[in-house]
Design a protein around this ligand. Structure first.
Ligand SMILES: NC(=O)C1=CN([C@@H]2O[C@H](COP(=O)(O)OP(=O)(O)OC[C@H]3O[C@@H](n4cnc5c(N)ncnc54)[C@H](OP(=O)(O)O)[C@@H]3O)[C@@H](O)[C@H]2O)C=CC1
Ligand SMILES: O=C1OC[C@@H](O)[C@H](O)[C@H]1O
Length: 334
């Protein structure tokens, strides 16, 4: 039986997610409904993507018994509020990154999923790409010896995008794109907690971070450096340096298709989209959708690829970076 999806939010990422779903077998995945804050907008989206049902509120979608899994594609600032609505209604949920605005909100989402005994995953789609399976295999087999240093960058000029720059919309480089570089480091170090974090950054007038550099030290003298910016382009790649070799994930490291291991390149091509996309390589969103389906089929409540404990740690690291750089959201004082 197909996994029956409901989409909360009819914005840019929900569009790309819907296009990606078209690259999967319809017998495995179906989008049965979309909800937006306005019915008209939901209906327009549903028509474009041939989705049978459209709702003018998220509440209506969460009480649709035909939905197995909700994809939450609303702004960062809405993940907590709408996420709680979904989880408390007893629905499984794949929540766009960043999971929420801070550790308190993430803790609430995790607690709500446990209380309702439903599946929950932060949509760190990078981890579901086939290339990542290979990276994990190489690390597990010690193919590059002891990992000593990890480096990851993500720069994307998006100062013209309101949600990237406005504090009330959850703006800043860290939560939007820095999150990918930090999760990469945590993935390499198997969810271990860093011993120390040093973050420095540059703020926009709105008080959110334009650019940041984060240096972390992990147990057994292992280091990581992440740098990211919403003002400039960067290589957007990631390098894992070990005593016996190097693994490089070429840009775009958050949705990667090229892997270099000790100088040898391998490509992992993506399917072509049936409609124009808003973001790079978005047909790769298919892999997280399939990961969710496989977890549901196994009766899992979280994904081993992005466990809830790692989402919690990732958010704690981001909280600490924001504290050091001086980015404070209203949500931090609630
Ligand atoms: N995995 C990936 O590669 C990507 C992930 N994302 C993540 O997806 C999420 C949405 O990003 P994106 O699609 O670019 O954003 P959009 O600007 O397209 O907004 C998404 C939805 O958020 C809701 N929304 C918009 N403005 C407001 C507001 N002022 N108050 C309350 N809700 C609002 C709307 O829902 P409605 O339609 O119901 O009105 C809108 O459709 C973010 O958390 C982002 O991090 C984004 C891009 C790429
Ligand atoms: O997840 C994302 O990846 C691509 C970026 O441009 C976008 O802002 C971000 O949300």
């Amino acid at each position: 039986m197909a996994t029956r999806w409901g989409l909360c939010g009819a914005g840019k990422i929900s569009h790309d997610f819907s296009v990606a779903m078209k690259t999967l077998p319809p017998g495995d995945h179906q989008i049965v409904a979309v909800a937006a804050r306005s019915l008209e907008r939901a209906q327009e989206f549903a028509k474009k993507h041939s989705i049978p049902k459209a709702y003018g509120s998220y509440e209506e979608l969460t009480s649709d018994p035909e939905i197995d899994m909700v994809y939450l594609g609303v702004l960062h600032t809405e993940h907590w509020r709408v996420g709680l609505l979904v989880l408390q209604a007893g629905k499984n949920m794949l929540c766009e990154k960043p999971f929420a605005m801070n550790s308190r909100e993430v803790g609430d989402l995790i607690a709500a999923s446990k209380k309702s005994n439903v599946f929950l995953m932060e949509a760190i789609w990078s981890r579901c790409f086939p290339l990542h399976r290979e990276v994990r295999r190489l690390l597990a087999e010690d193919a590059i010896g002891d990992v000593k240093l990890v480096k990851a960058s993500f720069g994307s000029p998006q100062l013209h995008i309101l949600r990237s720059v406005e504090k009330e919309l959850g703006g800043g480089a860290l939560l939007d794109i820095g999150v990918y570089t930090l999760q990469f480091v945590l993935m390499v170090f198997n969810g271990e907690r860093p011993e120390s974090i040093h973050a420095t950054g540059v703020l926009l007038n709105s008080g959110v971070d334009e650019s940041m550099v984060v240096v972390m030290k992990f147990p057994r003298n292992r280091l990581a450096i992440c740098f990211f910016s919403i003002a400039v382009s960067l290589p957007n790649d990631a390098t894992i340096s070990g005593t016996k070799g190097t693994i490089r994930v070429l840009g775009p490291m958050h949705c990667p298709t090229t892997l270099e291991v000790n100088g040898k390149m391998t490509q992992y091509p993506l399917p072509e989209p049936s409609l124009p996309l808003n973001f790079t390589n978005s047909t790769g969103l298919r892999y997280e959708a399939e990961e969710v389906r496989q977890c549901l089929l196994k009766g899992l409540k979280e994904s081993p690829k992005m466990p809830l404990s790692e989402s919690a740690l990732l958010t704690e690291v981001m909280d600490e970076c924001r504290k050091q750089v001086g980015v404070v959201f209203n949500q931090d004082s609630q």
